[in-house]
Design a protein around this ligand. Structure first.
Ligand SMILES: Cc1cc2nc3c(=O)[nH]c(=O)nc-3n(C[C@H](O)[C@H](O)[C@H](O)COP(=O)(O)OP(=O)(O)OC[C@H]3O[C@@H](n4cnc5c(N)ncnc54)[C@H](O)[C@@H]3O)c2cc1C
Length: 417
C-alpha cells in the first residue's frame, strides 16, 4: 500500500499532522496500536455521574491559542476551573499558606544548567521548604528532581507566562472529543486510520520509507516520508526498530519520560461541602496521593488524586491503590464512611502501558536542545512529532503535542510544494 505520508500514532500530535496533510491533498495513513484514537487523552464514564472521567489529560493549561481555536472550531463546551485550595497539615484542614516556599522558583538559572536538586542545594532553605518545592516540581512535571534541568524549567516557566498558564479549563463533555473531532476531519479529508495496528519496524532510505506492522491486513506500507508521533517512552524502549538508526537517536536518549499516576473517585455526594463548598485543590503533604482536585465549579461529586515523579512507586496498584487513596481522604476530612459513599474509582497505569511507557516527557540537565534536534527532519524523510518534540517550552502537554503535529505537517508541505 502506497501513501504520500504515513503517520505513526493517533494521539493529538499524529492526528493534527495527518489532518493538515490530508486537507492539503495528500494521501495519508495513520497507524495506531490501540483500538481507539487519542493516546494519552483517554476518557471513560461512570454510572454515578454524567461527568466524564479522565484517565489521562484533563486540563487545558492556560490559553494556548492553537488548542483553544481547535476546541472552538470543534464546538466543544469548556469551563474554567476555580475554587478554594485547602491544606491538610499537622492534622488540621486549613487554608494553604505556602509563605515564600516557591519564591526560589523565580531564581532558576538558564546557565549553568543544573538539576533542580543541585539548584536547591545552592540555596539555604529550611528543609521543609526545600522538600515542598521539590515535591511541587516533581508532581507538576512528572519528573525526578535529581534529573530535571533548571534551563528547561525556566523555559517552561516563561512559556507558561505567555499563555496565562496558571488558568485551567476543562472540556465539559470529555477531552476525548478533541481527538475524535480531529479523526473525523482527517477521515473527511480522505485519510485512513488503521486501529489495532502495531508498528513493529521501519526501514528507510532518503525519500522512501517502509513500515511493517503486526496487522496482517496492512502488514507493509510505503511512502516517501513518515511522521513518527509515538511517545518518547516507546521510542526509548526500542520496541519499534528504525533501520538504519536515525541521526537524532541521541536526542531521544537525552530526554526523559516522566512517571505519574492519577486516581479519580466518584462519590454519592460532595462530602467536603462542610469544609469548603467551593473546594478546588487539597494538598495533603506527607501522604500519597498528596495532591487532590475537585471539578469545581461543576458540582459533580468527583475527586482526583495525583502523584508525579518518583513517588509514583509508593502508590500501590489495584484495590490497594483505592484503599490508600481513601485513607488519605478519610484522614483529611475526619470521616470514616467514605468507602460507603464511593460509587466507583478509575485509574490507568501509564508506566506499564506498552503504548506510552510513562506519563509525559521532561528535559533533564543538559537536554534543553534535544527537542529542537528531534524536530529537525532526517533527510526530509523521517519527521518526529509528539509532546516531547515541542520546541516552545510546552513539553508534556496536549497543546505541546498539537503544536508539534502542526509543525511536522508544515515542514512536509514546505518540502513538497
Ligand atoms: C496521567 C496523565 C495526565 C495528563 N494531564 C494532562 C493535562 O491535564 N493537560 C495536558 O495538557 N496534558 C496532560 N497530559 C499530557 C498529554 O496527555 C500528552 O502530552 C499528550 O496527550 C501527548 O500526545 P501525543 O500525540 O504526543 O502522544 P500520545 O497521545 O501518546 O499518542 C501516541 C500514540 O501512539 C500510539 N502508539 C504507541 N506505540 C505504538 C506502536 N508501536 N504502533 C502504533 N501506535 C503506537 C499510542 O497508542 C498513542 O495513541 C497528561 C498525561 C498523562 C499520562
Amino acid at each position: 500500500m502506497n501513501f504520500d505520508t504515513i503517520v505513526l500514532g493517533a494521539g493529538v500530535a499524529g492526528l493534527a499532522a495527518g489532518r493538515s496533510l490530508a486537507e492539503a491533498g495528500q494521501r495519508v495513513a495513520i497507524l495506531e496500536a490501540r483500538d481507539r484514537v487519542g493516546g494519552r487523552i483517554f476518557t471513560t464514564h461512570s454510572p454515578g455521574t454524567d461527568y466524564p472521567i479522565e484517565l489521562g489529560a484533563e486540563f487545558v493549561h492556560g490559553c494556548p491559542p492553537e488548542l483553544l481555536q481547535l476546541i472552538e472550531e470543534a464546538g466543544l463546551p469548556i469551563y474554567e476551573r476555580d475554587g478554594r485550595a485547602l491544606c491538610f497539615e499537622n492534622g488540621r484542614l486549613e487554608d494553604c499558606s505556602f509563605g515564600d516556599a516557591f519564591h526560589v522558583l523565580d531564581e532558576l538559572p538558564a546557565s549553568p544548567d543544573m538539576t533542580f536538586a543541585e539548584f536547591l542545594a545552592t540555596k539555604t532553605l529550611p528543609e521543609e521548604t526545600a522538600q515542598r518545592t521539590a515535591s511541587y516540581v516533581e508532581g507538576f512535571n512528572a519528573a525526578d528532581a535529581q534529573r530535571i534541568g533548571t534551563a528547561s524549567l525556566l523555559k517552561q516557566q516563561q512559556a507558561e507566562e505567555e499563555i496565562e498558564g496558571d488558568r485551567g479549563f476543562c472540556i465539559r463533555n470529555g477531552y476525548e472529543n478533541l481527538p475524535l473531532y480531529l479523526a473525523k476531519r482527517f477521515r473527511e479529508a480522505g485519510g485512513e486510520i488503521y486501529l489495532q495496528t502495531l508498528v513493529e519496524n521501519i526501514t528507510w532510505k532518503p525519500g522512501h520509507v517502509t513500515v511493517h506492522t503486526g496487522n496482517p491486513a496492512v502488514s507493509q506500507l510505503s511512502a516517501p516520508r513518515v511522521v513518527i508521533a509515538l511517545p518518547l517512552g516507546v521510542l526509548q524502549s526500542g520496541s519499534v526498530r528504525i533501520a538504519p538508526a536515525v541521526g537524532t537517536q541521541s536526542a531521544i536518549d537525552k530526554l526523559a519520560m516522566g512517571t505519574a499516576a492519577r486516581i479519580t473517585m466518584v462519590f454519592r455526594e460532595r462530602f467536603w461541602l462542610d469544609a469548603a463548598p467551593d473546594l478546588s485543590f487539597l494538598f495533603s503533604r506527607e501522604q500519597i496521593p498528596a495532591t487532590w482536585w475537585t471539578v469545581s465549579p461543576d458540582p459533580a461529586p468527583v475527586l482526583t488524586g495525583w502523584v508525579g515523579g518518583p513517588r509514583v512507586h509508593q502508590l500501590p496498584s489495584g484495590e490497594a491503590r483505592k484503599n490508600q487513596a481513601l485513607a488519605v481522604l478519610q484522614r483529611a476530612f475526619s470521616r470514616s464512611d467514605l468507602a460507603e459513599l464511593l460509587v466507583s474509582w478509575h485509574t490507568h497505569d501509564w508506566q506499564d502501558d506498552p503504548f506510552s511507557r510513562g506519563a509525559y516527557s521532561y528535559a533533564p540537565k543538559g537536554a534543553l536542545q534535544a527537542s529542537s534536534e528531534l524536530a529537525q527532519p532526517n533527510d526530509n524523510t523521517i519527521y518526529f512529532a509528539g509532546e516531547h518534540t515541542d520546541i516552545t517550552g510546552h513539553w508534556g502537554t496536549v497543546h505541546g503535542a498539537l503544536r508539534s503535529g502542526l509543525r511536522a505537517a508544515t515542514q512536509i508541505l514546505s518540502q513538497v510544494s
